[in-house]
Design a protein around this ligand. Structure first.
Ligand code: FPP
Length: 248
């Protein structure tokens, strides 16, 4: 059987380039990193935010086009109100401190997930950051905030159903591209590489549709320890893997 055509966006890879266009990371292990040091969990999240800067820099240095980070899942609301306040406070601080650098580095910010849940102040800051960086082209940084993949797929299906009922879409014509076009990741290149840190081997409701053909990497490193060399090692492993997209 001949190899199935590579999904759109990954075609460049099949064509020879071994740098993934789109890398996503489930940043896990902040709490354990802090616990190992006898520190409060917030110290782990602070160190995790530093690791975010390093990952972004690595992505820029290696020519990755899109870096998607799972910063807050829809399940994270189950954490204590103190930890939620710490996490949102960190995001606010980080946005404030890093926006100019992001812009200077040519990073465009995009969000997935229902971030309206974070309240008007943070929403306004996030929207400003999105507007401010909208024309940048070096790296698209997609931050998943209050994100859940199943909810994203349900919303996409609902949109298509409404369009079909309104007569704007022929239900018989709904295909993968139509559904992908309703997801919050629409327009981004296909996900090539998904990394999860801290030794957990789960997708935890992250990019379930988008990961259909992605290479999955589960590394033992706790997120705050994830360094430039770990990012480079993941890209090296990616380059060494043979991607078949369902072919032989
Ligand atoms: C998982 O570690 C990490 C998170 C729930 C949040 C990720 C947040 C950051 C890296 C910091 C802020 C982010 C930005 C974009 C500025 P965990 O707490 O689940 O760790 P554990 O499994 O060891 O308890």
């Amino acid at each position: 059987m001949s190899a199935a055509p590579a999904p759109k966006g990954a075609a460049g890879l099949a064509g020879g380039s071994r740098i993934p266009r789109h890398v996503a990371i489930i940043m896990d292990g902040n709490g354990r990193w802090a616990e190992k040091r006898g520190l409060p969990r917030v110290a782990g999240h602070k160190a995790g935010a530093e690791a975010v800067r390093r990952a972004m820099q690595s992505a820029v240095d290696h020519g990755v086009e899109v870096l998607t980070l799972y910063a807050f899942s829809s399940e994270n609301w189950k954490r204590t109100s103190e930890e939620i306040a710490d996490l949102t406070g960190l995001m606010r601080f980080y946005l404030e401190r890093e926006l100019a650098t992001l812009h200077k580095e040519g990073v465009k910010l995009r969000l997935i997930g229902d971030y309206s849940a974070f309240g008007p102040d943070l929403v306004a800051r996030l929207d400003r950051a999105i507007d401010h960086t909208a024309t940048n082209q070096r790296l698209t940084l997609v931050v998943a905030l209050n994100y859940g993949s199943r909810a994203e797929i349900v919303a996409a299906a609902r949109n298509l159903a409404e369009k079909a009922v309104a007569g704007d879409v022929d239900a018989q014509m709904i295909d993968e591209d139509a559904l992908a076009g309703e997801l919050q990741t629409r327009g981004l290149p296909e996900l090539d590489l998904l990394i999860r840190t801290s030794g957990e081997v789960r997708l935890s409701n992250f990019l379930l549709w988008q990961a259909a053909y992605a290479e999955l990497m589960f590394v033992g490193t706790l997120w705050p320890d994830f360094a430039e060399r770990d990012f480079a090692a993941a890209l090296e492993q990616f380059a060494a893997r043979e991607r078949r997209f369902g072919g032989r």
